[in-house]
Write a protein that binds this ligand. Structure first.
Ligand SMILES: Nc1nc2c(ncn2[C@@H]2O[C@H](COP(=O)(O)OP(=O)(O)O)[C@@H](O)[C@H]2O)c(=O)[nH]1
Ligand SMILES: [Mg+2]
Length: 203
């Protein structure tokens, strides 16, 4: 099994529309979740680069599909965060459409990292993403993010609750606690990405 060095990840390109994406080679894993769920921070932690994926104190700022290249045939994609409550409804709908379109149509997409704030998991649009993943047979790694915000025993309880709920929906998923701040779950994320990489390179 080939192990990738995520520190070498480079920003590749941003797109505002699916049909503008011209990259066809190789494959990609997308990071997805509500705005402010910790997507950008997780990519920065994974790659040990403080500013690779922009993160902001003002949620909902990232409106583009951002592509990062780990190695030449393997990319990480930071999708626009959905459900930013303060955004105008039309803007919100536009982001959601971009995300759904990407998930439904992108053949190079081989896995999803679904990020949910451990304090507010399984919100409406998370279920919608899970539903699309099931229909398109995309395997999922769920990260319960910002786990440093609650006590360790609560983390375990919450993990069990979400795990059980997901078991009734999904056969092909993994769930982990995650914190960019406390560096929890980063190794697990790396392992899963390595696994996806090797699985797809072989095929
Ligand atoms: N306590 C804590 N805060 C976090 C963590 N990850 C992200 N944040 C904070 O949550 C906010 C949103 O993070 P960001 O990565 O921009 O989320 P995104 O909108 O999903 O890309 C920022 O203020 C981050 O500093 C974490 O693991 N622990
Ligand atoms: Mg972001």
């Amino acid at each position: 099994m080939k192990l990738l060095n995520y520190k070498q990840t480079k920003f590749f390109k941003s797109y505002s529309k699916i049909h503008h994406i011209e990259i066809q080679d190789g494959f990609e894993i997308a990071f997805i979740g509500y705005s402010n769920s910790g997507k950008s921070s997780s990519i920065n932690s994974l790659t040990c680069q403080k500013k690779l994926a922009r993160f902001s104190k003002t949620p909902g700022r990232t409106q583009l599909i951002n592509f990062f290249e780990v190695v030449s045939d393997f990319r990480i994609v930071d999708l626009p965060g959905y459900g930013y409550a303060k955004a105008p409804i039309l803007v919100r709908e536009k982001w959601e459409k971009i995300v759904y379109n990407y998930l439904e149509k992108r053949e190079q997409l081989k896995g999803l990292v679904l990020l949910m704030d451990i304090r507010y998991p399984l919100k409406k649009l998370d279920y919608k993403i899970i539903d699309i993943a099931i229909r398109n047979n995309i395997s999922i790694l769920v990260l319960l993010t910002k786990c440093d915000k609650i006590k360790v025993h609560q983390q375990k309880i919450q993990l069990q609750i979400v795990y059980k709920k997901l078991c009734s929906l999904l056969d092909n998923f993994q769930i982990e606690l995650f914190s960019s701040t406390k560096k929890i779950g980063i190794k697990k994320l790396e392992l899963k990405l390595n696994y996806w990489y090797n699985q797809n390179v072989m095929n």
